[in-house]
Design a protein around this ligand. Sequence first.
Ligand code: FES
Length: 577
Amino acid sequence: MTSTSETLTETVARADDLSPGTMRMVAVGGHPVALVATEDGAIHALDNACPHQGYGLVTGTLQSGTTGGTVTCQWHNWKFDVATGRCLMGEEDVTCHPVAVLDGEVQVTVHRPSAAETRERLWPSLRRGLAADYMGQVARDTVRLLDAGATPAGIMADTVRARAAHTDGGVGHDMAMAADCLARAEGAEGDDRVLPLVQGLSGWAEETRDRPALPVPAPDASIDLPAAIETEDETGALASVRGQLAAGAGPDELRHQLLVAASAHHLSYGHGIIYTQKAFELLDRIGWDAAPDLLPHLARTLVRATREDTLPYMRPAVRALAGVDLDGLAAAPGPEATGWSAAGDPGAKLTAELLGATEAPIARAAAAVTDGAGIDGLLDAVVDAVSLRLLSHDVALEHDHGDGFGWLDITHGLTMAEAARWAWRADPGPHTARLALWATWLGFDTGRAERRRGGTPLLSVDRLALRASTDVRAELGAAIEDRRASEAVALALGSDPAEVGEALAEAALADGAGSFIVVAHLVKTVEAARRESGRRATSLPLAGAARYLASPRRERFVARNVADSLAFLRTGRPPRR
Ligand code: FES
């Protein structure tokens, strides 16, 4: 694509050679054009390549009468108005070219736009595709925009501006997956950027389709943001974020306030902190100037989140947490200072204790922090415990619709622990120390089905086979595709962790799951496993993620909702946790 535009005019036919109601293909400067003569005596010129998949429009059919006409592409029945190029059935308009008849000769003018003109034309087209959830149009426009010099971050920023206000009560997995996918797209080159980027756009499209934009209040920087979120004052929370941003507040200021709010409760089964982490990671990539389009909707998410700590089963943990000196925890030295190691004696012992706990191990976790683990050492033990649970999850539960426990109850233990670590490192203090304890509780909760069955947790990877591969991307990808879970785990444990991480990320993006929400969980679980394995010498999180990807899992949740509805409406019983 050139930086300057170009306009070409060529004579392509004699007017009296064109029979009304016919089409023929001509070329202008090598550009294929469908020349259309309608029954009303007009002549039109359209791009011959159908905007859907590029088949020739002249191989389609023309219907014309006394007022214009319609061309139908036979391949998938898209229809276009020949005078305007407007798509009458299908997803995208086709480009029209000016036609002039001089002395009986038909001249067609083709304008080859510059890269900048092309981008200006494509932004609204991409937004329309996202709003209608036309994934083909989104993919095509993404490729065209990248070809015209747009960046993955620029495409994602435009999408955030267009779609974040349309989310269902605040940003969620759409935004979380966008952050992880954009990171992968930015780490790739050329056409390898397209799949992760479009997967990242797909969540916005699927989750916001046909939803109106939610209203946003006028900015008001005088409102205390954490207090507004705590009192579920949604209007006040949004006004505060908007007001502070308008007054020049930066990432550190807003992140601190939102972390204070996100750590006040155990929110939505770990999602409060996961979404906060992903929002700030996304802004790191698309730029802080997109914050006014994103952060008000994160505040809305936090206002509307379920406060899981108010539920009866969390009461023991909440009582234990109330007795913890959070300031003392925040001041405790980390494992770098104390020499604490997750694989060493006290670290492995703590992991085993977390796995074997029959009550929420909040006091034990707090003691470990001050005994040398620090917050990071505690989170290491939580990550290892959850990873072992991923490796020993009874997959039969996935098909037991009477049981509310499944893969996602465990994967969130990993993604929340990783998010709590991000929060602790970004903004250490008593509030993020509390998040680490909430993460410990969620790690404990990943064992609830196991405890109910009186099962024995897998306490060591020594019981698992290891297999090294020099082509782990192909072999692990195939094992996941074929649902050979044991082989996938062996490869993940025995091969180069960086290559394993790449193979898992590719598998997560390869549409091996049937619904957006499952793809979103595959992506974020793999990303958390890659980061946790990368920061210390362990393949355990990667192996857990490999087993999750390679195992059977619920994909659509229709049958589960039917089972829950029947149980509730016929017997009055809520779902079993
Ligand atoms: S290629 Fe024309 S409708 Fe599909």
